[in-house]
Ligand binder design. Structure first.
Ligand SMILES: Nc1nc2c(ncn2[C@@H]2O[C@H](COP(=O)(O)OP(=O)(O)OP(=O)(O)O)[C@@H](O)[C@H]2O)c(=O)[nH]1
Ligand SMILES: [Mg+2]
Length: 334
């Protein structure tokens, strides 16, 4: 189980936990919650990076949206041109002390309020909910002297590249989480990351059916995630490794169902277009993948909204209990 030992307070089980799942499912958000709850929060560097990233995400998403909208009102044209220029030359426009910043901030706020943008957001929300949600906070985020809140940090989307390890001391455990990128081009690192692992947390988003992968304009994200889960669960390297399936973004499922019925992707769904039966159906789809081959490893499946601190902590207690019991069994004490 990848166990080590020792601390001054007595021996502690040390477990390496690998986070896997497709791009944007919420792996890094899991690590952020661990930092928030077990390390007292985020460093100044992390906070500053998030501030730049949030501003950049708003600007880039705005410009992408404006490019898709056929036309905006004449009086907004000047602001739109400024945004386009700033999006292609961020280094020149985004510095708070730079000569263009105030003008840019005004243009961003104006564009976020445009009726055309609000309509576009409503129709295309699930392309990028994390960025569209920020439009409502553009004034606050572009204000000089702005400091990101914990919620802002949890909401900030920054796709992971490479492999990153984070250690946390949690009661009787030393947990080392390994966060990898989930997009296809990043998955080459997964095999390496599977060495000396004590547990796997596979994260899937409940709100990603009916959408294409960011990296492939054809494949449905949830179908890809189901296939990926099957490969991970039955991977020979992980054959005996306890596994948690986290069905994330439960908070988005209701709205998602209203916009895209489950039947548009899963023709075999014959239940009502409601959260509970839809959740049951989706979780069964994942479990079916697991049951394709016999396995005796420990397994739990949990629904979660990883951006919600209270909900995350509840779910984390279940994960922790599983890690402790697997670790005790591994050491012959369970
Ligand atoms: N509404 C909602 N958003 C979430 C939830 N979990 C994560 N997100 C958002 O989804 C986006 C992607 O989450 P990440 O944690 O970066 O996803 P990831 O799996 O690390 O993605 P890669 O690094 O590309 O593999 C972020 O903007 C998060 O804020 C959730 O439970 N609810
Ligand atoms: Mg990530």
């Amino acid at each position: 189980m990848g166990c080590g030992s020792s601390s001054s307070a007595g021996p502690k089980a040390s477990i390496r936990v690998l986070l896997l799942g497709g791009g944007g499912c919420g792996k890094t958000t899991f690590v952020k919650q661990m930092k928030l709850n077990y390390r007292g929060g985020f460093s100044i560097n992390e906070t500053n990076e998030v501030k730049q990233k949030l501003r950049s995400n708003i600007l880039q998403r705005l410009v992408k949206s404006l490019n898709d909208i056929e036309s905006v009102s004449d009086e907004s044209q000047q602001a739109v041109e400024l945004l386009r220029k700033a999006a292609s030359q961020e280094y020149e426009f985004m510095s708070e002390n730079g000569e263009h910043y105030e003008q840019l901030a005004k243009a961003v706020v104006l564009a976020c309020d445009l009726e055309e943008i609000q309509e576009y957001k409503a129709e295309n929300y699930f392309l990028s909910p994390w960025d569209f949600d920020l439009f409502d906070s553009a004034q606050r985020i572009f204000a000089k002297g702005y400091e990101p809140s914990h919620t802002d940090i949890l909401m900030c989307r920054s796709p992971t590249t490479g492999l990153h390890e984070y250690s946390f001391s949690v009661d009787s455990l030393d947990l080392i989480f390994i966060d990898v990128g989930g997009q296809r081009k990043e998955r080459a690192t997964w095999a390496k990351a599977m060495e000396n692992i004590g547990a796997v947390i596979y994260v899937a988003s409940l709100a990603e059916y009916g959408q294409h992968l960011e990296e492939d304009n054809v494949k449905d994200r949830m179908v890809e995630s189901l296939e990926l889960f099957q490969r991970v669960f039955h991977s020979p390297k992980l054959a005996a490794i306890p596994t948690v399936l986290l069905l994330n973004k439960f908070d988005l499922l209701e709205q998602k169902l209203q916009m895209t019925p489950l039947t548009s992707v899963f023709a075999d769904y014959d239940g009502p277009n409601e959260v509970e039966p839809a959740y049951e159906f989706i979780s069964k789809k994942f479990i079916e993948r697991m049951m394709l081959k016999p396995s005796t490893k420990d397994f739990v499946c949990q629904r979660v909204s990883a951006i919600d601190q209270g909900n995350f902590m509840k779910v984390f207690q279940v994960i922790k209990a599983m890690l402790i019991s697997s670790s005790l069994r591994e050491s012959g004490l369970g």
